[in-house]
Design a protein around this ligand. Structure first.
Ligand SMILES: C[S@@+](CC[C@H](N)C(=O)[O-])C[C@H]1O[C@@H](n2cnc3c(N)ncnc32)[C@H](O)[C@@H]1O
Length: 463
């Protein structure tokens, strides 16, 4: 084949695969194609040549899918937050189902299992209860006509492939209207304050990230992440904002002096209001601090957790292990149908939150342990007791093989595996199958409309 990288090709998009891509073919080579829907004929640019396949991105659609619609967002698709915003919602649901099936069957090598249709979301916009925006001194211009930013102030999302540039976003469809209103005010206040946005290349400036959380009762927590400690300045910003938006009941300031590009830092200081906010899932209340993990789509979380309950089929006398338990939400949600629940979690603050949450709800049959599961698995510290069921909800990378092996060695009769990444889910499922478990059923749940992300619940039983 002639030199193929950095070339344009005409290709028809095939079946959907994980990562918002389709699997296509060009001159006998597999093509992982971005930005095309199944069946669309496109001109695509070949970005990379890998062993056995090409990576390409559609730049012009020659034959358009009937499922493509118009996007309502002016930042789409550049901002990267949505990958399917111009696709009919029912078709998005079909894509996600196909992707989960493909992962289970191609990566997991399992074909004999029950596949249940995706649990769709009621709201495909304004559903996120947590948003994170980045400040930058360097704006990413989406078009040539965009006026030059005299203020050197950008707040929004990182432009894909540009380490230092940020798309200046005024409105985001992912967040509820109240957060959009508050976001607008905070932009105005900060822009006119003269406080300098961060420059990631030179490590200069002050404003780094803005993190906003909203509860189901419309109470808001703001966390402004800055490079240094300027409590009076932040206090004045907080006062102006709270005066305009009394729904803000917590204003925090995280200091990140380091080079790491994260909204976490060395210190998180309470500026105004309270240090934690309360939310609920079903009948249970949860205390959430600015850095704790909490599911981002509250409407869908309940549906997800109800699926866990349905699949767990507990009678009430079982001892349950809840791995990667975060602030204990799953443990507490299932407390009435189990004898005991033990949660394991890496982040110590989350474990403290989890125990507090149990106390808050008057729940006495849950206990929480902090530690790195990989280390605990190595030391045999998870399985000192016998468990009847393991619920596992690892981060995107899935479970470390040593953790999978220690679960297999424990001979637990049933595992409910909750995953936000069907490809690592499928990889781990294959290990469980080799280790003597059978994948019985798989249920995708849509927690993230307009993105390619999908939550999956699987049930594995010991043969
Ligand atoms: C997807 S979240 C699940 C949280 C929780 N189950 C829920 O539904 O809210 C994954 C959790 O795993 C934790 N985690 C990541 N790596 C870990 C490790 N090596 N050992 C223990 N916990 C870990 C993270 O801190 C996070 O809280």
């Amino acid at each position: 084949m002639a030199r193929i990288k950095n070339r344009d090709i005409e290709v028809t998009a095939g079946k959907p695969i994980y990562g918002g891509k389709t699997l296509s073919e060009y001159e006998g080579k597999k093509v992982m194609l971005e930005r095309a829907l199944p069946g669309e004929k496109v001109i695509a640019f070949i970005k990379k040549k890998k062993k056995g396949y090409l990576e390409a991105s559609a730049k012009e659609i020659l034959e358009r899918s009937p499922h493509r619609t118009e996007s309502d967002c002016k930042y789409y698709p550049t901002c990267g937050g949505c990958k399917l915003r111009d696709v009919e919602y029912d078709y998005q649901a079909w894509i996600k189902e196909e992707v989960v099936k493909d992962c289970v069957e191609r990566i997991g090598k399992v074909t004999d299992y029950e596949f249940l249709p995706l649990v769709k979301a009621e709201n495909s916009s304004n559903y996120r209860n947590k948003m994170e925006f980045t400040f930058s001194e360097e704006r990413y211009y989406m078009t040539k006509d965009e006026p030059f930013d005299e203020d050197h102030f950008s707040l929004g999302f990182h432009a894909p492939k540009f380490y230092s540039k940020v798309i200046d976003v005024e409105y985001c469809y992912h967040q509820p209207e109240l957060l959009n209103d508050i976001y607008k005010s905070i932009r105005e206040i900060l822009k006119s304050s003269g406080l300098e946005p961060y420059n990631i290349m030179q490590h200069t400036g002050f404003l780094r990230y803005l993190v906003m959380r909203i509860t189901t009762e419309n109470k808001v927590m703001i966390n402004l992440v800055t490079k240094s400690k300027e409590l009076d300045l932040i206090g004045s910003v907080a006062d102006q904002l709270i005066e305009k938006h009394p729904e803000i009941i917590s204003f925090m300031n995280t200091i990140n002096k380091g080079l790491s590009s994260t909204a976490y830092g060395e210190e998180t200081i309470l500026i105004r209001g309270q240090e934690v906010i309360m939310d609920h899932i079903g009948e249970y209340k949860f205390e959430i601090s600015s850095n704790s993990f909490f599911q981002v789509n509250p409407g869908q979380t309940e549906k997800l957790y109800d699926k866990i309950i349905e699949f767990a089929e507990l009678k009430g006398d079982e001892n349950v292990l809840d791995l990667y338990c975060g602030v204990g939400t799953i443990s507490l949600y299932i407390n009435k149908i189990a004898k005991s629940i033990t949660g394991f979690e890496l982040v110590e603050a989350a474990v403290i939150n989890a125990q507090k949450n149990a106390d808050l709800n008057g729940i006495t049959n849950c206990k929480f342990v902090s530690g790195d599961l990989m280390q605990l698995a190595k030391d045999g510290k998870i399985f000192k007791e016998k468990f009847d069921l393991i619920i596992t909800d690892p981060p995107r990378d899935g479970m470390h093989p040593k953790v999978v092996q220690s679960i297999i060695d424990s001979k637990v009769p049933k595992i409910v595996y909750v995953s936000c990444n069907p490809s690592t889910f499928a990889r781990d499922v294959q290990l469980f199958e080799i280790g003597g478990y059978k994948l019985e059923k798989v249920q995708p749940v849509d927690m993230f409309p307009h993105t390619y992300h999908v939550e999956t619940v699987g049930v594995l039983v010991k043969i």
